[in-house]
Design a protein around this ligand. Structure first.
Ligand code: FAD
Length: 405
């Protein structure tokens, strides 16, 4: 495997590092701004220079550069090295923006993309319902076109950031006479209206990251639909593709493993230093093997992207790898904590796979790893997709996806 990027790319790395050393940490007026505002302004400058939001046209606030996976990787490495902010995280930037760019109307891109990538417009994803998770196409939230508005009634659940969101991208049943996948529309709904009630769900971590959302005659203009009426299912597949790819990331697995090794170095297990215990050493060595295979699988995905090839099911495999590793690492951490594992977890401000907050941070990490394995499609569903579409195995016998009922 040749991991050298070559002279042209090393020159590009020097260019990016040079730009960063002049612009990060913020200087002058930018340094006086509150942190979030300063970071937003810095991101806008980096987009302008062509380093961030590279696949987004300039007219929507992006960097507008030809696709180049290696340059993208070099930029990530250079920004991470000096801890400079990268693309705004969040469901809007990571999932809605790519969907709008692929399937949205021109006015929708103009209205939403720039504000979303700058962090000014906050989104939530209204897909799951109490009776519809993995079998999402059975969703029941109803949208009726009355005059020049959609009127929406129903309930969504597990809606992350609904408390803060300005808008929701939402799947609704608009064509009740059509088979289930064909009767869904993808609507953009303003959250700040009296007809929408957001009710936070308290988690075992003590935090409340997601919510129930009740829509009772909620309204949105008729043209706030992405794709045509009844095309919402195929539009939603665009969004999920981006969500799954964004969750599988070997760098996070490496960072969390490093934290685990640091914990093992200072812990006692079975009455002796944990690193002297053969069972702990074996579990650590096994995990390191998984992380290395995750890393090289990530490099395979990267190589395919760099050659402009379809990454196929590797993105799904990487999501499963990273969630499995997150779960196994935190299980071992909990064993190392012993009685301290019974303490209250420290709740995170935002979803992250990296533990903070000392021992209690590891307890939070353990609890969160259970949820991360479910978010964006459960491991079982993804194994089915890998088996059926990737390996050509027969379809799961009990999954009813064709009858339309
Ligand atoms: C941290 C987190 C954040 C989330 N954020 C959002 C959000 O912002 N917006 C949103 O809309 N949703 C969100 N969700 C919801 C998430 O998409 C659903 O939880 C997920 O799709 C699973 O649905 P479910 O919870 O109804 O479980 P179910 O579908 O009831 O699954 C239960 C179990 O059955 C298994 N199973 C079900 N069907 C099959 C099958 N056909 N083959 C094999 N196994 C099967 C599953 O793998 C799982 O183990 C979030 C969830 C989590 C945990």
């Amino acid at each position: 495997m040749d991991l050298d990027y070559g002279k042209e790319y090393e020159d590009f790395r020097a260019e990016v590092s040079g730009w960063l050393s002049s612009n990060w940490p913020p200087k002058g007026e930018l340094a006086e701004l509150p942190l979030a505002e300063g970071a937003a302004r810095f991101r806008a400058m980096a987009s302008e220079a062509g380093y961030l939001n590279r696949n987004i046209p300039r007219k929507y606030g992006g960097g507008e550069q030809p696709p180049d996976a290696i340059k993208g990787q070099i930029i990530r490495e250079a920004f991470a090295k000096v801890h400079a902010p990268m693309e705004a995280r969040g469901i809007g930037s990571m999932m809605l923006v790519p969907t709008l760019l692929e399937r949205g109307e021109e006015w929708q891109k103009e209205k939403f993309v720039k504000g979303t990538i700058n962090g000014e417009i906050i989104w939530c994803q209204g897909y799951s319902e109490p009776g519809s998770g993995s079998d999402l196409a059975s969703l029941q939230t109803k949208a009726e076109l009355i005059g020049d508005e959609w009127v929406i009634n129903g309930q969504k659940i597990w809606t992350t950031t609904a408390q803060q969101a300005d808008w929701m991208f939402c799947l609704c049943r608009s064509e009740p006479d059509q088979p289930k996948h064909g009767g869904i529309s993808y609507l953009l709904i303003p959250m700040k209206q009296d007809a929408i009630t957001v009710s936070p769900l308290k988690q075992m971590t003590g935090g409340a990251d997601f919510n129930q959302v009740f829509l009772e005659d909620a309204r949105t203009p008729a043209d706030h639909i992405v794709g045509k009426r009844g095309e919402g299912w195929s539009v939603s597949r665009t969004t999920l593709k981006h969500e799954r790819n964004s969750i599988g990331n070997a760098a996070q697995s490496e960072a969390i493993f490093k934290g685990l090794v640091a914990l093992a170095k200072t812990s006692q297990y079975n009455g002796r230093p944990a690193l002297q215990d053969p069972t702990i050493r074996q579990r650590l060595a096994g995990l390191e093997g998984y992380i290395l295979s995750h890393k090289y699988s990530g490099l395979r995905q990267f190589t395919k992207s760099a050659k402009g090839e379809d990454v196929g099911i590797i993105g799904l495999m990487n999501k499963i790898n990273s969630t499995n590793i997150g779960s196994e690492v935190s299980k071992l951490a909990l064993d190392l904590l012993g009685d301290d594992g019974m303490l209250d977890p420290i709740a995170h401000e935002e979803m992250t796979l990296l533990p903070t907050g000392g021992n209690r941070g590891w307890i939070n990490q353990y609890m969160y790893s259970l949820g991360i394995a479910v978010a964006g499609g459960t491991g079982n569903i993804q194994r089915n997709v890998i088996g059926e579409r990737g390996l050509g195995l027969p379809r799961d016998y009990y999954a009813d996806r064709s009858s339309g009922k």
